[in-house]
Design a protein around this ligand. Structure first.
Ligand SMILES: NC(=O)c1ccc[n+]([C@@H]2O[C@H](COP(=O)([O-])OP(=O)(O)OC[C@H]3O[C@@H](n4cnc5c(N)ncnc54)[C@H](O)[C@@H]3O)[C@@H](O)[C@H]2O)c1
Length: 243
């Protein structure tokens, strides 16, 4: 895949899936702006550290990325947080954090990026939703709800902006071997390597996803091979349904 001359903004770029997406984009020749709370040391053309809970930062990211990169062809809204437990264990702080990072930030970034892309004749946006937003999962009520929200937003935006040459889609992973998943095991007192191996046995394909398994689907969605794909929610789950 040749992305020479293309420019991209990736949020959550320091994380497991985000860093794999950045690596794939840059290997294909794209110039990339990386956004996360800390972006020191990430190989990229432009570094935009900040907190997505800050509305000014989120609103400004696409414009700053476009100015610094000389355009904005691709946006990957990948940053996310997970809150665990039923609603009865969900604090106001969990609610605000989950909605802020998983829903409001992609909304703000898409709202700012779409006019920039439209003026340039088009572009591609990929949001990271989750299988756990397409169907209910146990003990992650607010997380599932935020991923359902971003999935719905993606479907609607995919319809609304196709006529501007902007394709907006979502990738929906099930379990991926990243700090988000591993930290959950650690918090519950499990050895992450053992837990990941055991979890892999519950997946029909025989293992949970690695970040690159998700990044490759993101690369497909931004590629010309997906030129007719708008508003799609692409599950990447190794054959495993949400339990
Ligand atoms: N790991 C999984 O099993 C899994 C499954 C389905 C979907 N997802 C989704 O994939 C995406 C990437 O997750 P990951 O597994 O790579 O997790 P991760 O924790 O490794 O990465 C998430 C990144 O988002 C960043 N982020 C969080 N809050 C932020 C804020 N307020 N401001 C700026 N950056 C912030 C973090 O710093 C982190 O680098 C998320 O949207 C997640 O919900 C993950």
């Amino acid at each position: 895949m040749d992305l020479a001359g293309k420019t991209a903004l990736v949020t959550g770029a320091t994380g497991g899936i985000g860093s794999a997406i950045v690596e794939r984009l840059r290997s294909a020749g794209a110039r990339v702006a990386v956004a996360d709370r800390v972006v020191d040391g990430i190989p990229a053309e432009v570094h935009l550290p900040g907190d997505l809970l800050d509305p000014e930062y989120a609103d400004g990211l696409p414009g700053v990325a476009a100015d610094r990169l000389g355009g904005l062809d691709i946006v990957i809204n990948n940053a996310g947080v997970i809150s665990r437990g039923p609603v009865t264990d969900t604090s106001d702080q969990d609610w605000a954090l989950s909605l802020g990072v998983n829903v409001e930030a992609p909304f703000r970034i898409c709202r700012a990026a779409i006019p920039i892309m439209a003026d340039a004749g088009g572009g591609a946006i990929v949001n990271t939703a989750s299988c756990w937003g397409l169907r209910p999962g146990p003990n992650h009520a607010v997380y599932c709800m935020t991923k359902a929200a971003v999935a719905s937003l993606t479907q609607c935006m995919g319809m609304d902006h196709a006529h501007q040459g902007i394709r907006i889609n979502a990738v929906c992973p099930n379990e991926v071997n990243t700090p988000m998943l591993r930290s959950g095991f650690e918090q519950r007192g499990f050895d992450p390597d053992t837990a990941v191996a055991e979890l892999g046995q519950t997946v029909p394909i025989g293992r949970i996803a690695e970040p690159e398994d998700i990044a490759d689907v993101v690369m497909f969605l931004i590629s010309d091979a997906a030129r007719y794909v708008c508003g799609a929610l692409v599950e990447v789950n190794g054959g495993k349904p949400v339990s």
